[in-house]
Design a protein around this ligand. Structure first.
Ligand SMILES: Cc1cc2nc3c(=O)[nH]c(=O)nc-3n(C[C@H](O)[C@H](O)[C@H](O)COP(=O)(O)OP(=O)(O)OC[C@H]3O[C@@H](n4cnc5c(N)ncnc54)[C@H](O)[C@@H]3O)c2cc1C
Length: 381
């Protein structure tokens, strides 16, 4: 296994538990401690996947719970939607969440090798090989869960741009954020090239607001990421802009581009790709960890069958490709639909007042409005 992130651990833990010998190669030298720099929301299904792996969900790396969404529309009117009973996102300290996965992996008997950066992979008739700086490891099957910069993607040249969406993400962290609704994912949609700034409190004293926008728009301005972030807020959202410019910032500004990419093949002879190594679209629905863990579980099922039948050919992995389609494609199709609709300012303006229009964009969970208002009104107030 390459990579001890969510996908790698979700694949390795069940394999070890069913009696297989698994070696996980992780490039980091050791656990990083606290990390709140990119994916921090754990979606309901991701929490379920953790539960299935025996990960304790009452641990102290779970931070603020998120039990509703505020949609702010281009005219700065907003609607608030409470998640149905039992549905909850939760903020996590990503470093310590990863550590919990790895602790579980080692506790069930998995072998985890720190400081093992895989630089090359090879595939022969009897084994796959993963090459690190100091050694070569042979296995009947290799699962690459090395994330967006996974070695198999690079060596086999499997990564391509997403033809529809090429976005930039810029995250800024704050010590306080006046009037932001607590336990709420606050999403501000501007309807221009998909630009959106969304955020929430991660825990007392730490807030994150992240911009997602077209990379071409950013490149046209030639601004630094943080300047581009501020300029989008200034252009569209005086409520947010005022706070972005006055609230105390903390930590580093974090930027990534392009966020999305495709992968031409997720299974080949003796190789399965799982998690971000199998492709990524956008963080819009906060499901990256969920998809990674679902794919890890599917990869483990497929690996067990391959090991039982001693068949590691690409044909034997058809079930993995189908399983991935069944579990993730509906959500990905919805995500694509959402990305399209976020470019349609008129549709977003309709969604502010018209229940059907809102459901058409955001799905049935946004049908019921628990509260509504206007940021323009609040600023006047
Ligand atoms: C802006 C942004 C915001 C996001 N927000 C969220 C969110 O709120 N909620 C959410 O669920 N998801 C979010 N995501 C997505 C989420 O972070 C990823 O989808 C998820 O981490 C994928 O897990 P993974 O295990 O596939 O990869 P990773 O988490 O990247 O893990 C890969 C592991 O492999 C190791 N590795 C890499 N290369 C090598 C190598 N050569 N040799 C050995 N080891 C290697 C790495 O060190 C790492 O431990 C966000 C993504 C972005 C870009």
């Amino acid at each position: 296994m390459i990579g001890a992130g969510p996908a790698g651990c979700a694949a390795a833990i069940p394999l070890v538990c069913t009696g297989h010998r698994v070696l996980v190669l992780e490039r980091k030298p050791s656990e990083d401690g606290e990390d709140i720099t990119s994916g921090e929301l754990l979606a309901p299904q991701a929490q379920h996947e953790c539960h299935q792996l025996g990960i304790d969900l009452s641990a102290d790396w779970l931070l603020d719970r998120v039990d509703g969404v505020r949609n702010v529309y281009p005219d700065l009117s907003w609607t608030y939607h409470r998640f149905p009973a039992g549905v909850q996102y939760v903020q996590v300290d990503r470093g310590r969440f990863n550590a919990a996965l790895r602790t579980r992996l080692v506790a069930v008997g998995g072998r985890l090798l720190w400081g093992a950066r895989v630089t090359g992979v090879g595939f022969g008739s009897d084994a796959a090989t993963a090459q690190t700086d100091g050694a070569a490891y042979r296995a009947r099957l290799l699962i690459d869960a090395g994330g967006r910069y996974s070695p198999a993607l690079r060596v086999l040249n499997l990564k391509t741009d997403d033809p529809e969406f090429s976005q930039i993400g810029v995250a800024v962290f704050f010590e306080s954020f006046r009037d932001t609704p607590l336990h709420t994912w606050d999403r501000h949609f501007y309807g221009q090239h998909g630009a959106m700034i969304s955020g929430s409190r991660i825990r007392p004293g730490l807030y994150r607001y992240i911009l997602e926008a077209d990379l071409a728009d950013k490149q046209a301005t030639r601004m630094r990421p943080v300047e581009f972030y501020e300029s989008i807020a200034r252009q569209h959202d005086p409520w947010l802009y005022e706070r972005i410019m006055s609230e105390p910032r903390t930590g580093n500004v974090w930027a990534m581009a392009p966020i999305g990419y495709r992968v031409t093949a997720v299974a080949r002879d003796r190789l399965l790709l799982a998690g971000d190594a199998a492709g990524y679209l956008a963080p819009l629905t906060g499901q990256g960890i969920e998809f990674a863990m679902r794919m890890g579980r599917l990869a483990a099922d497929t690996a067990q069958q391959a090991l039982a039948h001693n068949d590691f050919s690409a044909d034997a992995f058809a079930g993995y490709i189908q399983g991935r389609r069944d579990e993730c494609d509906t959500a990905l199709a919805y995500l694509r639909h959402l990305l399209h609709r976020l470019r349609d300012r008129d549709a977003l303006l309709r969604a502010a007042h018209d229940d059907d229009a809102r459901v058409e964009i955001f799905g049935p969970m946004m049908a019921e409005v628990a509260d509504r208002g206007s940021l323009t009104g609040e600023m006047r107030g």
